[in-house]
Write a protein that binds this ligand. Structure first.
Ligand SMILES: [Zn+2]
Length: 266
């Protein structure tokens, strides 16, 4: 479940101090409806925006991993929690039938892990890719996408959820340029002392199987074209608005909100 981030609110956006105008030269491919380059193309989306977000625009390189959670209750209950001002959030929730709910855009920070913030007693295992705590967000929140699986750690999750989760992990990893593997896809429990989600019943084989099916070039092995997009955008160090456009064109959450506001998308 999402987790209180003991932060001082800051409205600063990420400033990479980079040149402007170059983003125009990038030819972004793979933003079409049903495009094979988007592993999530066949998923059903709806959105339930949360006010609990950092107000930043993360650019390629900022997002380095994915944290898995379980809601330990219904989707409705989780969304009520995420809607409460000043509380917690995640980027996505995946319902029992595989429907993906977009809660916070991937480019923004969600508040789903308290470890590696200003309460070191909560810290468990520190992944090598984790950034330093910057005082505004817990380090984990700053550089991950949080996904909530609707259900209970004790009883586990459905086939439809693994299938959707695999596609989401593949898509997120592709957009942000890291491998969808056991190093980068981690559990809340692995990071934080007082959490155990998504639990021992979580079926890793089912997840990796689904990631493999959804990945055009295999796990972490994107095609040259996909790799090129990520590398070009990263090398540009383009201005935030240009990169925001890139994220919006490829992002599942943004794509779903653009194409049909709050409706389901087949
Ligand atoms: Zn959690």
């Amino acid at each position: 479940m999402g987790d209180a981030n003991t932060r001082e609110d800051g409205q600063d956006t990420v400033d990479q101090g980079v040149g402007e105008g170059q983003a125009k030269r990038v030819e972004i491919r793979g933003d079409g409806e049903g495009d094979a380059r988007r592993p999530e193309a066949s998923l059903r989306f709806r959105s339930a925006p949360s006010p609990n977000r950092g107000g930043v625009c993360r650019i390629p390189g900022d997002v380095r991993g994915i944290v898995l959670h379980s809601t330990e209750g219904s989707l409705e209950g989780a969304l009520r929690t995420f809607a409460m001002q000043g509380g917690v959030s995640a980027h996505y929730a995946i319902d029992r039938d595989g429907t993906v709910v977009g809660i916070v855009p991937e480019g923004d920070v969600a508040f789903h892990v308290a470890a590696f913030g200003n309460r070191p007693a909560l810290n468990r295992r520190r992944p090598a890719w984790l950034v330093q705590y910057d005082g505004r967000f817990s380090a984990v929140n700053a550089c991950t996408v949080g996904i909530e699986l609707v259900g209970f750690a004790r009883t586990g999750f459905t086939e439809a959820q693994y299938s959707a989760l695999g596609a989401m992990c593949a898509g997120i990893a592709m957009r942000w340029g890291f491998p969808a593997d056991a190093d980068r896809v981690v559990t809340h429990a692995s990071l934080q002392m007082d959490r155990s989600d998504p639990g021992d019943a979580f079926d890793w084989d089912a997840l990796w199987g689904a990631v493999r099916i959804a990945s055009p070039g295999g796990i972490g092995g994107w095609s040259e074209g996909d790799r090129e997009i990520v590398e070009v955008v990263r090398a540009l160090g383009a201005d935030a608005s240009g990169v925001r456009g890139w994220i919006e064109r490829l992002g599942a959450y943004e794509a779903s909100s653009k194409s049909g506001a709050l409706e389901d998308r087949a």
